[in-house]
Design a protein around this ligand. Structure first.
Ligand SMILES: [Zn+2]
Length: 816
């Protein structure tokens, strides 16, 4: 009751003071008594922008997958808004130690997790107050508000809730309106967690937002979240571990802001906690990414999320309402701006200090490798506005990523050199350094992500500044399509190649590939080389035109040849040259699987490979005629015990034996491995049976011994296995746990060899290291006429491990 009164007291005076309509007046219901659908949020922001043209600008910076608007509101005083471009330019000059900016930039991001549904509601009250009773804060501050980073997820939740809620709403936690189910609103359309995507930019929301973010590089950034219903509010300062690049000022200012919030929370008797759970290490969050770009980035967490609805009884018997939740996020939002308004000079000075030249150990990162992979990396660098150059002919010494010790690398004009001395030097260090320094604390996210490993590049970190030259544009016109050639050849070693193949298959071009290396016209071709013959495609109208257009749009070099008679190896008519089938592919969705792991596969097909996939939900899977499909994918998940009952397992096995191809990932393998027809078997590890007599506190720390939350290991590759075509004999894998399976007879494509259980980057506990020693990572098994492909590690994790994706393409197209 107390909080309700407080809320009304906050709202009522504005109605009298200002002509501008409050959210409640505009929406026609009191804010907090309904969830506001996204189009209504858009309407309110548009209404504000139209009513306050001198103090507010609203832009649509993009669209989501489901075509909802992504909005950014800019508000400040009238005179600031008149000089907005100048303010922005002056602020950015701070990156070069110049400029005389005397304004602070504060960016508030709401609802990155769609079902953490209070945030967008709170944003409306916050912007309204900033334009009315709190407008004095805007004298020296430009506030940027993204009312909803993830509109697709939010509307998924809100629409679901509106359909299932009781009238009036039911506070009993057992009622349906508090149980959202598997297809929750947390993630975006493709079930990606957008709060893990700031650095990798795999999703359209992140890509479009970052363009705007880089235009402003705010002094302060807040990412509004929700956590479990029973948790008190969480705000800064963050928990350890902090990445070592976080500056003293950034730490100190988190404290300053936290103390100001605490003042308001103490006054109202609200519970809160700080310095726990939410750390500052993994670079792809809404708090760390802005921090590594010179701002003070923070996560605020209200209790509630998709479970809380309009009101719910908590564990201690209180009722938590949406109004309470709005009030708390509204309070911290305004308190953040209040603190910024009192520290304008400090924020500007420290922004300059952050961007002043840093004396990081590594002065240059030099990268060699497959041009497609280098191209994929430079695309990411461009999005982050990280500068890079072409290399010069030289031999460079430094830390070799490949051997994890001092070594050398030959650079050439094809190398990429990334200087550490550039405005984005801190971001460069965080994303590229071989090993991120870990303080003695537990993080719940991955502890390694170094991009040279993720992109499969040969790299060296040098303590000296390595010279480079500006990169000239690629002018190749890929015109090597000579009509009426006998065949065309092209290499197979990157996702770009897989996309090219997928396009040809979609256009019904028949493509072959070789299982054996061969030499033709003096050129050596590796396993997996694509062979596109004239005679295979004699019935395709405009075969040459289709091939040429595909080559141009994918920037693929293709080589024409007038004979299929090879100089060494197997001729094109040999049984070692296979036809790649146009495939009907299905992926399982629903409760057996994890939403995130399922989403990565869905996104891979539609946004990366551009190849169709059917989604078969577990609810009706038993009725589906599998003979329509060539490939079935079982994503990782924890629900396979009940799903893979005898009947379903037999159904899948029969289909494989008839020639189907099953791709089983992580959690799905755990269940299949108990069946003797699947040859994959769990590695037996001697269990430590000694009873632990440590104190409770110590024993909690002991658990870390069995932890791998995400570390990089150097694996061995049998690249004569079709699952590994296009790879060299080593591969750096991101391990996310200690799942351990024995090698497969004749089918171990990627595995940890003896002694390879020490991570090259990231943390692995001692027990976990023992457990994963000499275990399988990716492998294949023949079953009847079909194939089973096992994926213990996840090559599609968060969509950012670029070098793993070809394994998935190989599983689809090369394993026969
Ligand atoms: Zn969240």
């Amino acid at each position: 009751m107390k909080t309700k009164l407080h809320f009304l007291l906050l709202v009522l005076p504005y109605i009298v003071l200002a002509q501008l309509k409050s959210p409640s007046e505009f929406l026609g219901y009191e804010l907090g008594t309904q969830f506001t659908r996204h189009h209504q949020v858009v309407d309110y922001y548009e209404y504000l922008a139209q009513s306050e043209p001198q103090r507010m600008k609203l832009m649509e910076y993009g669209k989501t997958n489901e075509r909802r608007s992504l909005l950014l509101a800019t508000i400040s005083s009238k005179s600031n808004m008149e000089n907005l471009e100048q303010i922005r330019a002056e602020h950015l000059k701070g990156m070069n130690g110049e400029g005389t900016s005397n304004k602070a930039i504060v960016w508030l991001s709401y609802n990155v997790h769609g079902n953490e549904s209070v945030s967008t509601e709170a944003s409306m009250q916050t912007i309204y107050d900033l334009l009315t009773i709190k407008s004095d804060y805007l004298e020296d501050i430009v506030v940027l508000i993204d009312p909803c980073i993830n509109p697709d997820g939010r509307d998924r939740y809100v629409n679901w809730y509106n359909q299932y809620k009781n009238t009036p709403h039911q506070v009993d936690p057992n009622s349906k309106e508090h149980h959202e189910g598997w297809w929750s609103g947390r993630s975006n359309h493709y079930m990606f967690d957008l709060n893990r995507d700031w650095a990798w930019l795999t999703q359209v929301e992140s890509q479009q937002r970052l363009v705007q973010f880089n235009k402003w590089l705010p002094h302060v950034h807040v990412d509004f979240h929700e956590q479990g219903v029973d948790n008190p509010y969480y705000f800064a300062p963050a928990a350890e571990p902090f990445h070592e690049v976080v500056t003293d000022f950034q730490r100190e200012f988190q404290r300053t802001i936290g103390k100001n919030h605490a003042k308001y929370f103490d006054e109202n008797g609200w519970f809160y906690f700080t310095k726990e759970v939410f750390d500052l290490l993994y670079p792809s969050y809404g708090d760390t990414y802005p921090t590594y770009n010179g701002g003070v980035g923070m996560t605020y967490e209200q209790g509630g999320s998709g479970q809380a609805g309009l009101g719910i009884i908590t564990a201690i018997g209180d009722t938590l309402t949406l109004k309470d939740r709005i009030l708390h996020h509204h309070t911290t939002g305004l308190s953040t701006i209040e603190v910024a308004s009192k520290n304008i000079t400090k924020l500007n000075d420290e922004f300059k200090n952050f961007y002043a030249e840093k004396d990081y150990t590594y002065k240059s990162y030099i990268l060699n490798g497959n041009p497609d992979k280098l191209e994929a990396l430079t695309k990411l660098l461009d999005q982050h506005e990280i500068m890079y150059n072409a290399g010069e002919d030289a031999t460079i010494k430094g830390y070799s990523y490949n051997t994890a010790k001092t070594g050398s690398l030959k650079s050439s004009k094809n190398s990429i050199v990334i200087p550490s001395n550039q405005p984005k030097s801190t971001l460069v260090k965080v994303l590229f350094e071989p090993i991120a320094k870990l303080s003695d604390s537990v993080t719940y996210d991955i502890t390694a992500w170094s991009l040279p490993y993720a992109y499969g590049l040969d790299a060296l970190a040098s303590e000296n500044t390595v010279k480079g030259t500006r990169i000239t544009q690629d002018t190749n016109d890929y015109r090597s399509i000579t009509p009426n050639s006998y065949a065309y050849l092209t290499d197979w070693n990157s996702m770009k190649d897989a996309r090219f193949l997928a396009e040809l298959l979609r256009k019904n071009i028949r493509v072959r590939f070789t299982h054996k290396p061969f030499t033709l016209d003096g050129i050596a071709y590796e396993r997996g080389t694509l062979i596109i013959t004239k005679s295979d495609n004699k019935n395709i109208k405009d075969f040459n035109g289709i091939l040429k257009n595909a080559a141009i749009s994918h920037k693929k070099e293709i080589t024409a040849t007038n004979t299929g008679f090879v100089e060494s190896g197997k001729d094109f008519g040999s049984s070692y040259v296979d036809v790649i089938q146009n495939l009907n592919i299905a992926v399982l969705s629903g409760k057996p699987t994890s939403t995130l792991r399922f989403g990565e596969i869905w996104n891979f097909f539609e946004q990366q490979l551009n190849y169709p996939v059917a989604i078969l939900d577990e609810e009706y899977f038993h009725k589906v005629d599998l003979s329509r499909y060539d490939v079935l994918i079982l994503p990782d998940g924890r629900g396979y015990n009940s799903f893979l009952n005898k009947h379903i397992k037999e159904k899948i096995k029969d289909w494989v034996k008839d020639g189907g191809k099953l791709i089983a990932m992580a959690g799905a393998i755990d269940k299949l491995s108990s069946d003797k027809e699947f040859t994959i078997k769990e590695k037996e590890t001697k269990k430590d049976t000694t009873i632990n007599l440590e104190s409770f506190e110590v024993s909690e720390r002991e658990q870390i011994k069995s932890a791998i939350t995400g570390a990089i290991f150097k694996a061995s590759v049998d690249n004569t296995n079709p699952l590994a075509y296009g790879y060299s004999d080593t591969y750096f894998t991101l391990k996310l746990g200690d799942r351990s399976y024995n090698y497969l007879e004749n089918g171990s494509a990627v595995y940890l060899s003896e002694g390879a259980n020490e991570p090259v980057s990231g943390f692995a506990g001692s027990d976990a290291k023992n457990k994963i020693a000499e275990t399988l990572i990716y492998g294949t098994q023949q079953l009847g006429k079909g194939q089973v492909i096992y994926m213990i590690d996840n090559p599609l994790f968060r969509g950012f491990w670029e070098n793993g994706k070809l394994f998935f393409a190989n599983a689809l197209f090369m394993v026969h």
